[in-house]
Ligand binder design. Structure first.
Ligand SMILES: Cc1cc2nc3c(=O)[nH]c(=O)nc-3n(C[C@H](O)[C@H](O)[C@H](O)COP(=O)(O)OP(=O)(O)OC[C@H]3O[C@@H](n4cnc5c(N)ncnc54)[C@H](O)[C@@H]3O)c2cc1C
Ligand code: SF4
Length: 321
């Protein structure tokens, strides 16, 4: 590994000026240290430890929205009783992530910004599109873990479980960009990955995720995933749903899928279809059909279509409580 400087930032301003254009932020280190050790990303000139930034490790309840700091750990989300009561979809997503040891150090910001898990990308000798090469090896190779939808030639899906559940809850991710707090929807946070094979999210060098704001307008939420292994594994497909339900009728419903597209996958027509519907198996099944209508399975990932269909149905039905 190339030599690099290491510094601990004590304010967001100093973090930004230390990281400059050629540094990287270090939070829990679960993803970043592996990427550096395997030479999968260019060596930074400086690693800026952001774990001491003040005020970014708290969960703050509010009437209209809750704030989750970017340094809140996944374990904090999992073990916070108020989160479990108010946003069960966040609790369930957090509890499924990796292992207890990883959840104890993995942060919300790092989880959202984690890199591709594509095994060609993760192989240090393979220079695919995402590393600036000419080919997507997965497209005509081993693509069982890859996307059903993409807006570009890379088929590596976003695997952040928190992104899936935040998308369904219509969360806003607040990013410090050029000294200005810039709110982004989850769709905006990943839009660049949708359209550009070189990107895995829309962050620019030096952008710092500060917090996530979750509106309280959807008191029902749920998250489910299917993985090869019960623990210590990413999802093959994940699904999050959120809504208000009054008199058995859905209000402001949202469904998001993870691990099947470079951005959490949402279909507005399905949300519109569910609006005002009584939540039952027929409505959930019809919404699943709408969401998956344009799926483009490849040679080895076609199993994800029926899996996603079942997950959407079950996750929506979980909203009934
Ligand atoms: C075996 C295993 C299974 C896993 N399973 C899952 C799973 O099922 N679901 C899931 O979602 N994740 C899963 N993970 C991934 C894990 O959750 C992430 O690696 C972890 O959340 C990254 O957080 P971190 O704080 O360690 O980030 P780091 O490794 O410190 O950083 C990751 C990236 O984010 C950037 N970054 C960190 N914080 C910020 C910030 N505030 N602003 C801007 N950029 C920032 C860093 O520069 C780096 O590029 C798994 C990991 C392992 C090893
Ligand atoms: S899916 Fe993306 S990351 Fe994987 S080989 Fe293709 S271009 Fe590379």
């Amino acid at each position: 590994m190339n030599a690099f400087e290491y510094a601990t930032a004590l304010s967001t301003d100093s973090a930004r000026s230390l990281v400059s254009d050629q540094g990287m932020y270090l939070a829990g280190g679960n993803d970043l240290l592996g990427l550096l050790k395997d030479y999968l990303v260019p060596s930074p000139k400086i690693l800026v430890n952001i774990k001491s930034l003040p005020g970014m490790d708290a969960i703050q309840p509010g009437d209209k929205s809750w704030t989750i700091g970017a340094l809140v750990t996944v374990a904090q989300l999992e073990h916070n009783d108020a989160i479990q009561k108010t946003f069960p979809g966040i609790h369930d997503a957090a509890a499924e992530i990796a292992s207890l040891q990883i959840r104890n150090v993995a942060t919300v910001g790092g989880n959202l910004a984690q890199h591709s898990r594509c095994w060609y990308f993760r192989h240090r000798d393979t220079v695919c599109l995402k590393k600036g090469g000419d080919l997507c090896y997965a497209r005509h190779g081993e693509n069982r873990y890859h996307s059903l939808f993409t807006g570009n030639t890379c088929i590596s899906p976003v695997v952040s479980s928190l992104a899936t559940t935040f998308a369904a809850l219509d969360a806003t991710v607040v990013v410090l960009r050029n000294g200005v707090e810039t709110p982004m929807t989850v769709a905006e946070l990943y839009h660049r990955a949708w359209e550009n094979p070189l990107a895995h999210n829309s962050l620019n060098p030096g952008d710092l995720i500060l917090r996530v704001e979750i509106p309280t307008t959807r008191p029902r939420s749920a998250y489910m995933q299917v993985s090869d292994k019960h623990a210590f594994d990413w999802a093959l497909v994940s699904c999050a749903a959120a809504a208000d339900i009054s008199g058995g009728v859905l209000r402001s419903p949202r469904v998001a899928l993870g691990s099947i597209s470079p951005a959490p996958y949402q279909v507005q027509a399905a949300n519109d279809f569910l609006e005002g519907k009584t939540l039952d198996d027929a409505a959930a099944s019809a919404a699943a059909g709408m969401i998956l209508k344009d799926a483009q399975p490849l040679e080895s990932n076609g199993y994800k279509v029926p899996m996603a269909h079942a997950l959407i149905r079950r996750t929506l039905m979980k909203l009934k409580g």
